[in-house]
Design a protein around this ligand. Sequence first.
Ligand SMILES: Cc1cc2nc3c(=O)[nH]c(=O)nc-3n(C[C@H](O)[C@H](O)[C@H](O)COP(=O)(O)OP(=O)(O)OC[C@H]3O[C@@H](n4cnc5c(N)ncnc54)[C@H](O)[C@@H]3O)c2cc1C
Length: 386
Amino acid sequence: MSVSYWQAEGNQPVREVDFLVVGAGLVGCGAAYFAAQAGRQVVITEKADVALGASGRNAGFMITGLDSYYHRAIEKYGEAVAKEMWELSKHTIRFWRSVAAQTDEVSITTCGSLLLSESREEAADIEQAARALDAAGIDMLYHSRDPLGRGYFNAIENPDDGAVQPVQLAQAVLKTSGAELIANNELYHIEQTHPEQVTVYTRKVIFKANYVLLCTNAYSPQIDPYFIGKVIPTRGQVLVTEPMPEPPMKTLGYSDYGYMYYRSTFDNRLLLGGGRNRYFEQEHNTTEDFATDPVQRVLDAYLRQYFPDVTVPVARRWAGIMGFSVDGLPLAGTLPDKPRVGFAVGFTGHGLSLGAGTAERAVDHLLTGASLGAVDVRRLEAKILA
Ligand SMILES: Cc1cc2nc3c(=O)[nH]c(=O)nc-3n(C[C@H](O)[C@H](O)[C@H](O)COP(=O)(O)OP(=O)(O)OC[C@H]3O[C@@H](n4cnc5c(N)ncnc54)[C@H](O)[C@@H]3O)c2cc1C
């Protein structure tokens, strides 16, 4: 992003802060919580307002694990990393639940999930994933037939997964963190002006911060060129129907290698999302968060094929921008030329699974140099050098 001379030189007041988080999505609010727990005074600066990015536009699935099926995750990252990410997602979901348990303002449920297959080929993959989970000692239920009776082939059930109202969750995490939020305050530019101080130019304030943590996910390449090619902005689209007398589904469901997903809302609507794989060119490398006719037509057709019993009209359609990391794992670390500027980005459509745990590691790393484990961005450099 570029900012004009006139905007940048707007005589903003200078303010000293201890720990500045950029971005008030689920991850920024989570990071604010962990930094406050570490004894820091936390301020969040946000371009728009809390949960107006992907965090308030998602499907609200709290799914254990990565976007790849378990045996594929082992092939891609190795057994140790696949297990570590599984544990990180469990840790993250536990954190959201513990925040929600402190208030009655978050709709949240442990409804379980079904990973379903739409073809014989996918069914074979799901069977292999079930075997790999079993071999890793991870509890789940394998269904050799479609447990929903909707035309799927087989399924893996995880009874521990759950659903949430994500805007309420982000607001609750923000409140629990105790951090001050400065909304409508876009970051323009960051300079590491001193080894122990960062100057952050924003719309309303010039901050002098001891520490800065970027939680700007899909928008990170607009903030620092370091993220170009590492975080790919990717559009996700959903629709939600009018309410029905009964919930259309009891569990979360997802299929077509995660490209399609469906659940009941807390007021008995069907939420259906996905279809971006059919329009790859249009849905990748974009930060435009509007719903498009081609993808919405895919969702309409899916609704007719798999949910013919859902006859109520569609009430709303929307889109959001996710930050896909170049290798599918979250990215945490510090900017090479700005050691006091950390980041937790690249959740690849799984911020509710991996966001809080990654934010916690990023905060620890920035403050103490603690290990980041598998989310350490330096794994990409190692691959480039190899
Ligand atoms: C349609 C859809 C469905 C999804 N479904 C799921 C799901 O079911 N489960 C799941 O786990 N994940 C899902 N995701 C992904 C999930 O929403 C994200 O992984 C998660 O919200 C990432 O959180 P975040 O805080 O990192 O990003 P965001 O919520 O995008 O927050 C980034 C914030 O940074 C702010 N920002 C950007 N630039 C600046 C700047 N220059 N200055 C100040 N602030 C700035 C933005 O305004 C934004 O508020 C879905 C996403 C979409 C779009």
